[in-house]
Unconditional design. Structure first.
Length: 306
């Protein structure tokens, strides 16, 4: 059913004249007549009778009129749902316990009227594909290649550098340290079973280990955060890395230690990725809120993040 024809029918019913409806719709009277005739043909029913006083609804026209109004209201709701600023801004944050989720929470506190839809995709390839297709509006990712190598129409900016901490149990050799250097980790077993080969985070930690001469172990299945914490708490040999903003809760008797890593401080480079032609006003607000990452001199990132 032609929605313009339905809109024209309602306009004629409200105006009571084809001429007045044409003026309101800014079309010719002939166009109004053709639209109504096409709608009557589509419905197989006569909607108006012409009288000396104008256009009068038939019985079928009277029955159809409230349904026609509902159709126009439904069309308006459908269009409004995807108008920039009316639908929620859809953002990928990698994980809801990680720093990007904190950044989005901060943004929402600063812009409480902005509607957000937060999702978690697997890796940078999936995120970039989703941004490109319009499935999401933006994604926080570490980009393992320069922004100029992104697909055409996709832009990115490095918005947040997150320092790393070493997480150990109470019996680990470094548990009492107030801070450690990356060089001090040589010879220690850093266990990260979630380091999936081919992902951007695996590339980051592989380069970190290579730069400072230690090994990151990925042996064993990845059962998630809680089993990882249980293992680290019970071990005198295993430690792992976490971001400063990574939210973790563990039983008090685990007595886990979050130890700063310094001289230099490894930072995880979070970039925001978006489509250049995305008109959503909340996206512009998010980009302005985030700004760009402050580059401190005594930090380390892989060469691809420079």
């Amino acid at each position: 059913m032609d929605i313009d024809a339905v809109r024209t029918f309602v306009a004629v019913a409200d105006a009571g004249q084809f001429r007045e409806a044409a003026l309101g719709l800014d079309v010719t009277q002939q166009a109004v007549s053709k639209r109504v005739a096409a709608l009557e043909k589509d419905l197989g029913a006569r909607l108006f009778t012409r009288t000396a006083r104008g256009a009068q609804l038939t019985v079928d026209g009277q029955v159809f009129l409230p349904h026609a109004r509902e159709l126009l209201q439904a069309e308006e709701r459908a269009a409004a749902s995807v108008r920039p600023g009316r639908r929620a801004l859809r953002v990928d944050v990698i994980g809801r316990r990680l720093a990007p989720a904190d950044l989005i929470r901060d943004f929402h506190r600063a812009h409480p009227d902005s509607s957000l839809d937060v999702v978690t995709l697997f890796d940078a390839d999936a995120a970039i594909s989703a941004v490109r297709s319009g499935t999401i509006d933006a994604s926080f990712r570490a980009l393992t290649f320069p922004a100029r190598q992104l697909p055409e129409g996709i832009e990115a900016a490095r918005v947040h550098d997150e320092p790393l901490e070493l997480l150990t149990g109470p019996r680990h050799a470094l548990a009492s340290a107030r801070a450690v250097t990356p060089a001090q980790l040589a010879g220690h077993r850093i266990w990260m079973p979630g380091n999936v080969a081919g992902t951007e985070w695996a590339a980051y930690y592989d380069d970190l280990a290579a730069a400072f001469g230690f090994t990151i172990e990925v042996t064993g299945p990845d059962f998630g955060t809680e089993p990882l914490l249980d293992t680290i708490a019970d071990s005198s040999l295993l430690a792992t890395f976490v971001g400063v903003q990574t939210r973790m809760v563990w039983p008090a008797d685990h007595d886990l230690r979050r130890i700063p890593v310094r001289d230099p401080t490894p930072v995880y480079p979070h970039s925001l990725i978006w489509r250049a032609d995305n008109p959503h006003p909340a996206l512009a607000s998010l980009r302005a809120h985030l700004g760009t990452a402050r580059r401190d001199a005594d930090t380390w990132t892989p060469n691809w993040a420079q």
